[in-house]
Design a protein around this ligand. Sequence first.
Ligand code: 5GP
Length: 118
Amino acid sequence: MSYDDNNIFAKILRGELPCEKVLENDYALAFNDIAPQAPIHILVIPKRPYESASQFSQNAADQELVAFQRLVGEVVSLKEIHDGGYRLISNTNRNGHQEVPHYHVHVLGGRDLGRMVF
Ligand code: 5GP
């Protein structure tokens, strides 16, 4: 499976589609999900093209990995959801029902999210 340059997040990264930016650094961007499933629903994506968590973790440079994780933490701090609790989700491929084939982490919080789905 090769990376699809025309996916929605690639277009957002190129500035061809708008997004509600929350935070960014040199290697990652955080923006509000267009169809929020919780009061806080933010997507964190790497700026370089990776399809999945495993492809990112295996192929990204150390500084990209660090910058991505730091941005996730900064989003949690900015939105003050640590103490109440939050959930990180990364859907992958068919079984994971991944809709957009650019690696992303959903940061969900602001309400009781229920138990994890098995
Ligand atoms: P996935 O199922 O791939 O993990 O989730 C993709 C997410 O991207 C969904 O939660 C969906 O609402 C969100 N999304 C899809 N298109 C857009 C868009 O154009 N802008 C933003 N901000 N989010 C989008």
